[in-house]
Design a binder for this molecule. Structure first.
Ligand code: HAM
Length: 417
Protein backbone atom coordinates (compact mmCIF):
# COMPACT_ATOMS: atom_id res chain seq x y z
CA UNK A 1 0.00 0.00 0.00
CA UNK A 2 1.33 3.39 -1.01
CA UNK A 3 0.46 6.34 1.21
CA UNK A 4 -0.14 9.78 -0.20
CA UNK A 5 -1.20 13.14 1.23
CA UNK A 6 -4.93 13.79 1.01
CA UNK A 7 -6.26 15.52 -2.09
CA UNK A 8 -5.95 19.29 -1.77
CA UNK A 9 -3.46 19.05 1.10
CA UNK A 10 0.18 19.76 0.41
CA UNK A 11 3.51 19.09 2.07
CA UNK A 12 5.64 22.21 2.25
CA UNK A 13 9.38 21.64 2.24
CA UNK A 14 12.66 22.96 0.88
CA UNK A 15 13.20 24.98 -1.27
CA UNK A 16 9.70 26.55 -0.97
CA UNK A 17 9.77 26.53 2.82
CA UNK A 18 12.43 29.27 2.71
CA UNK A 19 9.92 31.58 0.96
CA UNK A 20 7.23 30.72 3.53
CA UNK A 21 9.58 31.50 6.41
CA UNK A 22 10.73 34.76 4.83
CA UNK A 23 7.13 35.94 4.30
CA UNK A 24 6.21 34.98 7.86
CA UNK A 25 9.22 36.85 9.24
CA UNK A 26 8.36 39.98 7.22
CA UNK A 27 4.74 39.76 8.38
CA UNK A 28 5.76 39.51 12.06
CA UNK A 29 7.99 42.54 11.61
CA UNK A 30 5.22 44.63 10.01
CA UNK A 31 2.63 43.50 12.60
CA UNK A 32 4.96 44.52 15.43
CA UNK A 33 5.28 48.05 14.00
CA UNK A 34 1.49 48.41 13.91
CA UNK A 35 1.03 47.01 17.41
CA UNK A 36 -0.63 43.71 16.45
CA UNK A 37 -0.05 40.87 18.94
CA UNK A 38 0.01 37.23 17.89
CA UNK A 39 -3.00 35.15 18.87
CA UNK A 40 -3.18 31.34 18.52
CA UNK A 41 -6.68 29.96 18.54
CA UNK A 42 -7.56 26.25 18.21
CA UNK A 43 -7.89 24.60 14.82
CA UNK A 44 -11.02 22.82 16.04
CA UNK A 45 -14.04 24.77 17.28
CA UNK A 46 -17.67 24.12 18.05
CA UNK A 47 -19.55 24.03 14.69
CA UNK A 48 -22.04 26.71 15.86
CA UNK A 49 -19.25 29.28 15.88
CA UNK A 50 -18.88 29.07 12.12
CA UNK A 51 -22.60 28.74 11.36
CA UNK A 52 -23.25 31.83 13.47
CA UNK A 53 -20.19 33.73 12.29
CA UNK A 54 -19.94 32.99 8.58
CA UNK A 55 -23.68 32.47 7.97
CA UNK A 56 -25.89 29.44 7.33
CA UNK A 57 -26.52 30.28 3.67
CA UNK A 58 -22.89 30.65 2.62
CA UNK A 59 -20.96 28.18 0.43
CA UNK A 60 -18.47 27.63 3.26
CA UNK A 61 -21.10 26.55 5.78
CA UNK A 62 -23.38 24.72 3.37
CA UNK A 63 -20.77 22.77 1.43
CA UNK A 64 -17.20 23.18 2.54
CA UNK A 65 -16.75 22.55 6.24
CA UNK A 66 -14.86 19.60 7.71
CA UNK A 67 -17.44 18.86 10.38
CA UNK A 68 -17.65 15.72 12.51
CA UNK A 69 -19.02 14.47 15.78
CA UNK A 70 -16.32 13.99 18.42
CA UNK A 71 -16.25 11.13 20.92
CA UNK A 72 -18.30 13.22 23.34
CA UNK A 73 -21.11 13.57 20.77
CA UNK A 74 -20.41 17.28 20.04
CA UNK A 75 -20.41 18.68 16.52
CA UNK A 76 -16.98 20.18 15.86
CA UNK A 77 -15.47 21.83 12.78
CA UNK A 78 -11.91 22.29 11.48
CA UNK A 79 -11.72 26.07 11.17
CA UNK A 80 -12.45 27.24 7.60
CA UNK A 81 -11.23 30.74 8.50
CA UNK A 82 -9.79 32.65 11.46
CA UNK A 83 -12.12 35.56 12.16
CA UNK A 84 -14.94 33.68 13.91
CA UNK A 85 -12.54 31.86 16.32
CA UNK A 86 -10.76 35.14 17.17
CA UNK A 87 -14.13 36.80 17.89
CA UNK A 88 -15.14 33.79 20.03
CA UNK A 89 -11.92 34.26 22.02
CA UNK A 90 -12.41 38.06 22.27
CA UNK A 91 -15.86 37.56 23.79
CA UNK A 92 -14.97 34.54 25.95
CA UNK A 93 -11.94 36.26 27.49
CA UNK A 94 -13.71 39.66 27.87
CA UNK A 95 -10.98 41.34 25.87
CA UNK A 96 -13.17 44.41 25.41
CA UNK A 97 -12.25 45.33 29.01
CA UNK A 98 -8.62 45.87 27.89
CA UNK A 99 -7.51 49.21 26.42
CA UNK A 100 -8.95 49.77 22.96
CA UNK A 101 -8.06 49.03 20.23
CA UNK A 102 -7.10 45.40 20.66
CA UNK A 103 -5.15 44.22 17.59
CA UNK A 104 -4.28 40.61 16.80
CA UNK A 105 -2.60 38.61 14.07
CA UNK A 106 -2.47 34.89 13.37
CA UNK A 107 -0.83 32.46 11.00
CA UNK A 108 -2.12 28.97 10.44
CA UNK A 109 -3.97 26.27 8.57
CA UNK A 110 -7.58 26.60 7.48
CA UNK A 111 -9.75 23.83 6.02
CA UNK A 112 -12.38 24.00 3.29
CA UNK A 113 -13.71 21.05 1.36
CA UNK A 114 -13.52 22.78 -2.02
CA UNK A 115 -12.73 21.30 -5.41
CA UNK A 116 -8.92 21.53 -5.53
CA UNK A 117 -7.38 23.44 -8.43
CA UNK A 118 -4.50 25.85 -9.02
CA UNK A 119 -4.42 28.15 -5.98
CA UNK A 120 -7.30 26.35 -4.25
CA UNK A 121 -6.61 23.78 -1.56
CA UNK A 122 -8.52 21.92 1.11
CA UNK A 123 -5.86 22.75 3.67
CA UNK A 124 -4.40 26.20 3.13
CA UNK A 125 -2.57 28.75 5.26
CA UNK A 126 -3.66 32.24 6.09
CA UNK A 127 -1.87 35.15 7.68
CA UNK A 128 -4.66 37.21 9.20
CA UNK A 129 -5.14 40.36 11.26
CA UNK A 130 -8.13 41.56 13.29
CA UNK A 131 -8.53 44.93 15.06
CA UNK A 132 -11.31 45.56 17.61
CA UNK A 133 -12.79 48.72 19.08
CA UNK A 134 -12.49 51.52 16.50
CA UNK A 135 -15.36 52.89 14.40
CA UNK A 136 -13.37 55.60 12.62
CA UNK A 137 -12.33 55.11 8.98
CA UNK A 138 -8.74 55.73 10.14
CA UNK A 139 -8.75 52.10 11.31
CA UNK A 140 -9.96 50.85 7.91
CA UNK A 141 -7.15 52.87 6.33
CA UNK A 142 -4.57 51.52 8.81
CA UNK A 143 -5.60 47.94 8.06
CA UNK A 144 -5.44 48.48 4.29
CA UNK A 145 -2.12 50.33 4.42
CA UNK A 146 -0.63 47.67 6.71
CA UNK A 147 -1.73 44.97 4.28
CA UNK A 148 -0.19 46.91 1.37
CA UNK A 149 3.07 47.36 3.29
CA UNK A 150 3.17 43.70 4.24
CA UNK A 151 2.66 42.49 0.68
CA UNK A 152 5.28 44.91 -0.58
CA UNK A 153 7.77 43.88 2.14
CA UNK A 154 7.18 40.27 1.14
CA UNK A 155 8.35 41.20 -2.37
CA UNK A 156 5.04 41.47 -4.24
CA UNK A 157 4.12 44.21 -6.65
CA UNK A 158 1.49 44.90 -9.31
CA UNK A 159 -1.41 43.90 -7.06
CA UNK A 160 -4.85 45.44 -7.38
CA UNK A 161 -6.71 46.65 -4.26
CA UNK A 162 -10.46 46.42 -4.86
CA UNK A 163 -12.70 48.30 -2.43
CA UNK A 164 -16.39 48.51 -1.72
CA UNK A 165 -18.84 49.33 1.04
CA UNK A 166 -21.74 46.92 1.55
CA UNK A 167 -23.67 49.01 4.06
CA UNK A 168 -24.92 48.40 7.57
CA UNK A 169 -28.01 47.12 9.43
CA UNK A 170 -29.70 50.40 8.47
CA UNK A 171 -29.26 50.37 4.69
CA UNK A 172 -28.77 46.65 3.99
CA UNK A 173 -32.51 45.75 4.23
CA UNK A 174 -33.36 48.36 1.57
CA UNK A 175 -30.66 46.93 -0.70
CA UNK A 176 -31.82 43.37 -0.03
CA UNK A 177 -35.33 44.29 -1.09
CA UNK A 178 -34.02 45.96 -4.27
CA UNK A 179 -32.16 42.71 -5.06
CA UNK A 180 -35.28 40.60 -4.44
CA UNK A 181 -37.26 42.85 -6.75
CA UNK A 182 -34.59 42.40 -9.43
CA UNK A 183 -34.10 38.61 -9.05
CA UNK A 184 -37.78 37.84 -8.43
CA UNK A 185 -38.91 38.15 -12.06
CA UNK A 186 -36.66 35.35 -13.32
CA UNK A 187 -36.17 33.42 -10.09
CA UNK A 188 -37.06 30.05 -11.70
CA UNK A 189 -34.07 30.39 -14.04
CA UNK A 190 -31.50 30.67 -11.22
CA UNK A 191 -29.78 27.59 -9.76
CA UNK A 192 -31.50 25.79 -6.84
CA UNK A 193 -28.98 27.30 -4.35
CA UNK A 194 -29.83 30.84 -5.48
CA UNK A 195 -33.56 30.12 -5.38
CA UNK A 196 -33.20 28.91 -1.82
CA UNK A 197 -31.08 31.92 -0.82
CA UNK A 198 -33.47 34.41 -2.41
CA UNK A 199 -35.60 34.86 0.71
CA UNK A 200 -33.01 34.43 3.47
CA UNK A 201 -30.08 36.25 1.92
CA UNK A 202 -30.32 37.50 -1.67
CA UNK A 203 -26.82 39.03 -1.39
CA UNK A 204 -25.41 35.52 -1.67
CA UNK A 205 -26.82 35.28 -5.21
CA UNK A 206 -24.22 37.90 -6.12
CA UNK A 207 -21.34 35.53 -5.44
CA UNK A 208 -22.85 32.38 -6.98
CA UNK A 209 -20.32 30.91 -9.43
CA UNK A 210 -22.85 29.19 -11.76
CA UNK A 211 -22.37 30.76 -15.26
CA UNK A 212 -26.13 31.07 -15.93
CA UNK A 213 -26.63 32.90 -12.59
CA UNK A 214 -23.74 35.24 -13.41
CA UNK A 215 -25.42 36.03 -16.73
CA UNK A 216 -28.85 36.54 -15.17
CA UNK A 217 -27.61 38.93 -12.51
CA UNK A 218 -26.06 41.37 -15.03
CA UNK A 219 -27.41 44.83 -14.29
CA UNK A 220 -28.57 44.00 -10.74
CA UNK A 221 -28.78 46.89 -8.24
CA UNK A 222 -25.41 48.08 -7.05
CA UNK A 223 -24.87 48.36 -3.29
CA UNK A 224 -23.13 51.79 -3.26
CA UNK A 225 -26.37 53.31 -4.61
CA UNK A 226 -28.19 52.18 -1.45
CA UNK A 227 -25.75 53.30 1.27
CA UNK A 228 -27.18 55.35 4.14
CA UNK A 229 -25.56 58.69 4.98
CA UNK A 230 -23.45 57.23 7.81
CA UNK A 231 -22.05 54.46 5.57
CA UNK A 232 -21.39 56.90 2.72
CA UNK A 233 -19.58 59.32 5.07
CA UNK A 234 -17.50 56.47 6.52
CA UNK A 235 -16.52 55.19 3.08
CA UNK A 236 -15.70 58.68 1.79
CA UNK A 237 -13.57 59.21 4.92
CA UNK A 238 -11.61 56.05 4.16
CA UNK A 239 -11.09 56.98 0.51
CA UNK A 240 -9.91 60.47 1.52
CA UNK A 241 -7.18 58.99 3.72
CA UNK A 242 -6.10 56.50 1.06
CA UNK A 243 -6.04 59.26 -1.55
CA UNK A 244 -3.94 61.57 0.57
CA UNK A 245 -1.36 58.80 1.06
CA UNK A 246 -1.58 57.85 -2.61
CA UNK A 247 -2.55 54.28 -1.84
CA UNK A 248 -3.81 52.91 -5.17
CA UNK A 249 -7.21 51.17 -5.26
CA UNK A 250 -10.10 50.39 -7.59
CA UNK A 251 -13.74 50.73 -6.58
CA UNK A 252 -15.61 47.49 -7.21
CA UNK A 253 -19.36 47.89 -6.52
CA UNK A 254 -19.85 44.12 -7.02
CA UNK A 255 -17.50 43.09 -4.22
CA UNK A 256 -19.89 41.55 -1.66
CA UNK A 257 -17.61 38.78 -0.25
CA UNK A 258 -18.66 35.21 0.50
CA UNK A 259 -19.04 35.51 4.27
CA UNK A 260 -22.10 37.01 5.95
CA UNK A 261 -20.46 38.89 8.81
CA UNK A 262 -19.27 41.89 6.81
CA UNK A 263 -20.64 45.41 7.22
CA UNK A 264 -19.52 48.59 5.41
CA UNK A 265 -15.93 48.37 4.10
CA UNK A 266 -14.96 45.24 2.15
CA UNK A 267 -11.81 44.72 0.11
CA UNK A 268 -9.95 42.15 -1.91
CA UNK A 269 -6.39 42.17 -3.23
CA UNK A 270 -6.07 40.45 -6.59
CA UNK A 271 -3.32 39.49 -9.01
CA UNK A 272 -3.64 38.96 -12.75
CA UNK A 273 -0.97 36.24 -12.61
CA UNK A 274 -2.93 33.63 -10.68
CA UNK A 275 -5.64 32.42 -13.08
CA UNK A 276 -9.15 31.86 -11.71
CA UNK A 277 -8.18 32.01 -8.01
CA UNK A 278 -6.86 35.53 -8.20
CA UNK A 279 -7.58 36.85 -4.66
CA UNK A 280 -4.38 36.90 -2.62
CA UNK A 281 -5.96 38.59 0.39
CA UNK A 282 -9.36 39.83 1.47
CA UNK A 283 -11.17 41.35 4.39
CA UNK A 284 -13.47 43.99 5.71
CA UNK A 285 -15.42 45.38 8.64
CA UNK A 286 -17.62 43.17 10.78
CA UNK A 287 -19.15 45.54 13.32
CA UNK A 288 -21.97 43.20 14.41
CA UNK A 289 -20.10 39.95 15.02
CA UNK A 290 -18.85 40.54 18.58
CA UNK A 291 -22.40 41.38 19.71
CA UNK A 292 -23.75 38.34 17.87
CA UNK A 293 -21.35 36.20 19.86
CA UNK A 294 -22.73 37.66 23.10
CA UNK A 295 -20.21 40.46 23.63
CA UNK A 296 -20.83 44.22 23.78
CA UNK A 297 -21.27 46.23 20.55
CA UNK A 298 -17.71 46.39 19.23
CA UNK A 299 -16.43 47.69 15.93
CA UNK A 300 -14.00 45.37 14.18
CA UNK A 301 -12.12 45.00 10.91
CA UNK A 302 -9.55 42.58 9.55
CA UNK A 303 -8.08 40.68 6.61
CA UNK A 304 -6.54 37.35 5.72
CA UNK A 305 -3.83 36.62 3.17
CA UNK A 306 -3.74 33.29 1.30
CA UNK A 307 -0.18 32.09 1.78
CA UNK A 308 -0.09 29.52 -1.06
CA UNK A 309 -1.14 32.20 -3.51
CA UNK A 310 1.51 34.72 -2.52
CA UNK A 311 4.18 32.00 -2.47
CA UNK A 312 3.15 31.08 -6.04
CA UNK A 313 3.58 34.71 -7.09
CA UNK A 314 6.93 35.01 -5.34
CA UNK A 315 8.19 31.80 -6.98
CA UNK A 316 7.25 33.15 -10.39
CA UNK A 317 8.91 36.50 -9.83
CA UNK A 318 12.18 35.56 -8.11
CA UNK A 319 14.86 32.91 -7.93
CA UNK A 320 14.72 30.86 -4.77
CA UNK A 321 18.13 30.60 -3.19
CA UNK A 322 18.80 27.16 -1.78
CA UNK A 323 20.30 27.28 1.68
CA UNK A 324 23.54 25.28 1.94
CA UNK A 325 26.09 24.56 4.68
CA UNK A 326 29.11 26.79 5.02
CA UNK A 327 31.48 24.05 6.13
CA UNK A 328 31.56 20.29 5.75
CA UNK A 329 34.09 18.58 8.05
CA UNK A 330 35.48 15.35 6.54
CA UNK A 331 37.50 13.12 8.85
CA UNK A 332 39.48 9.88 8.65
CA UNK A 333 39.90 7.73 11.78
CA UNK A 334 38.10 7.85 15.10
CA UNK A 335 40.38 10.43 16.75
CA UNK A 336 40.04 12.82 13.82
CA UNK A 337 36.30 12.26 13.92
CA UNK A 338 36.20 13.44 17.56
CA UNK A 339 38.15 16.56 16.55
CA UNK A 340 35.70 17.03 13.64
CA UNK A 341 32.67 16.85 15.95
CA UNK A 342 34.32 19.41 18.23
CA UNK A 343 34.85 21.80 15.32
CA UNK A 344 31.32 21.50 13.88
CA UNK A 345 29.82 22.09 17.33
CA UNK A 346 32.03 25.17 17.85
CA UNK A 347 31.07 26.55 14.43
CA UNK A 348 27.37 25.94 15.12
CA UNK A 349 27.71 27.74 18.46
CA UNK A 350 28.99 30.75 16.48
CA UNK A 351 25.96 30.62 14.18
CA UNK A 352 27.65 28.90 11.21
CA UNK A 353 25.87 26.03 9.44
CA UNK A 354 28.36 23.16 9.66
CA UNK A 355 27.94 19.49 8.71
CA UNK A 356 29.94 16.42 9.62
CA UNK A 357 30.54 13.02 8.00
CA UNK A 358 28.87 10.79 10.63
CA UNK A 359 31.43 7.97 10.85
CA UNK A 360 34.38 7.39 8.59
CA UNK A 361 33.71 6.44 5.00
CA UNK A 362 36.34 7.06 2.32
CA UNK A 363 37.53 10.64 1.89
CA UNK A 364 36.29 10.54 -1.70
CA UNK A 365 32.72 9.70 -0.72
CA UNK A 366 32.76 12.31 2.06
CA UNK A 367 33.84 15.01 -0.39
CA UNK A 368 31.19 13.84 -2.85
CA UNK A 369 28.59 14.36 -0.13
CA UNK A 370 29.98 17.81 0.69
CA UNK A 371 29.59 18.68 -2.98
CA UNK A 372 26.05 17.28 -3.28
CA UNK A 373 24.78 19.24 -0.32
CA UNK A 374 26.38 22.38 -1.74
CA UNK A 375 28.83 23.06 1.13
CA UNK A 376 31.02 26.06 0.45
CA UNK A 377 34.08 24.70 2.27
CA UNK A 378 35.33 21.22 3.12
CA UNK A 379 37.68 20.90 6.08
CA UNK A 380 39.67 17.67 5.96
CA UNK A 381 41.24 16.11 9.07
CA UNK A 382 43.08 12.78 8.69
CA UNK A 383 45.40 11.03 11.16
CA UNK A 384 48.51 12.78 9.75
CA UNK A 385 46.86 16.21 9.94
CA UNK A 386 45.80 15.51 13.50
CA UNK A 387 49.37 14.61 14.50
CA UNK A 388 50.69 17.76 12.84
CA UNK A 389 47.94 19.87 14.51
CA UNK A 390 46.62 21.03 11.11
CA UNK A 391 43.67 20.59 8.77
CA UNK A 392 43.30 21.03 5.03
CA UNK A 393 40.58 23.29 3.72
CA UNK A 394 39.07 23.34 0.28
CA UNK A 395 36.78 25.98 -1.20
CA UNK A 396 34.37 23.72 -3.09
CA UNK A 397 33.06 26.51 -5.31
CA UNK A 398 36.37 28.13 -6.29
CA UNK A 399 38.59 25.02 -6.20
CA UNK A 400 41.15 26.79 -3.95
CA UNK A 401 42.75 24.90 -1.09
CA UNK A 402 45.28 25.28 1.72
CA UNK A 403 46.21 24.37 5.28
CA UNK A 404 45.18 25.87 8.56
CA UNK A 405 46.42 25.08 12.12
CA UNK A 406 43.66 23.36 14.13
CA UNK A 407 43.99 26.09 16.74
CA UNK A 408 43.08 28.71 14.09
CA UNK A 409 40.19 26.92 12.36
CA UNK A 410 37.52 28.98 14.09
CA UNK A 411 39.21 32.26 13.30
CA UNK A 412 39.69 31.15 9.67
CA UNK A 413 36.01 30.44 9.14
CA UNK A 414 34.79 33.43 11.12
CA UNK A 415 36.82 35.63 8.76
CA UNK A 416 35.35 33.80 5.76
CA UNK A 417 31.73 34.23 6.97
P1 HAM B 1 -11.61 34.68 2.55
O1 HAM B 1 -11.82 35.61 1.40
O2 HAM B 1 -12.52 33.52 2.66
O3 HAM B 1 -11.69 35.58 3.86
O4 HAM B 1 -10.12 34.15 2.52
C1 HAM B 1 -9.02 35.05 2.53
C2 HAM B 1 -7.95 34.56 1.57
O5 HAM B 1 -7.60 33.20 1.85
C3 HAM B 1 -8.40 34.51 0.11
O6 HAM B 1 -8.29 35.78 -0.50
C4 HAM B 1 -7.42 33.52 -0.49
O7 HAM B 1 -6.19 34.15 -0.78
C5 HAM B 1 -7.22 32.54 0.66
N1 HAM B 1 -8.04 31.33 0.46
C6 HAM B 1 -9.35 31.16 0.72
N2 HAM B 1 -9.75 29.91 0.40
C7 HAM B 1 -8.66 29.27 -0.07
C8 HAM B 1 -8.41 27.94 -0.55
N3 HAM B 1 -9.36 27.02 -0.61
N4 HAM B 1 -7.15 27.63 -0.97
C9 HAM B 1 -6.16 28.56 -0.92
N5 HAM B 1 -6.34 29.83 -0.46
C10 HAM B 1 -7.56 30.17 -0.05
C11 HAM B 1 -11.53 35.09 5.12
O8 HAM B 1 -11.13 33.98 5.38
C12 HAM B 1 -11.81 36.12 6.19
N6 HAM B 1 -11.66 35.48 7.50
C13 HAM B 1 -10.86 37.32 6.05
C14 HAM B 1 -11.10 38.34 7.11
C15 HAM B 1 -10.38 38.52 8.23
N7 HAM B 1 -12.07 39.23 7.11
C16 HAM B 1 -12.00 39.96 8.21
N8 HAM B 1 -10.98 39.52 8.91
Amino acid sequence: MKYAALKGMEDILSPDIAIWQAVEAKARDIFARYGFQEIRVPVLESTDIFIRGIGQETDIVEKEMYTFTDKGGRSVTMRPEGTAPVVRCFVEKNLHTLPSPQKFYYMGQMYRYERPQKGRFRQFYQIGAEAFGVAAPAMDAEIIMMLANLLEAAGLSGLNFELNSIGCAECRPVYRQALRDFFGGKLQEYCPDCQRRYEANPLRILDCKVPRCIELRQGSPSVPDYLCDACRTHFDGLLAILDSFEVPYTLNPNLVRGLDYYTMTTFEVTSEHLGAQKAVAAGGRYDRLVAEFGGPDTHAIGFAIGMERIVTLLKESSQTELRAPKVFVATLGSEAEMEGIKIVEMLRAKGVWAEQSYGSTSLKSQLRRADRIGAEFALIIGENELKAGKAQWKNMKKGEQGEVPLSEVMQFFMEEC
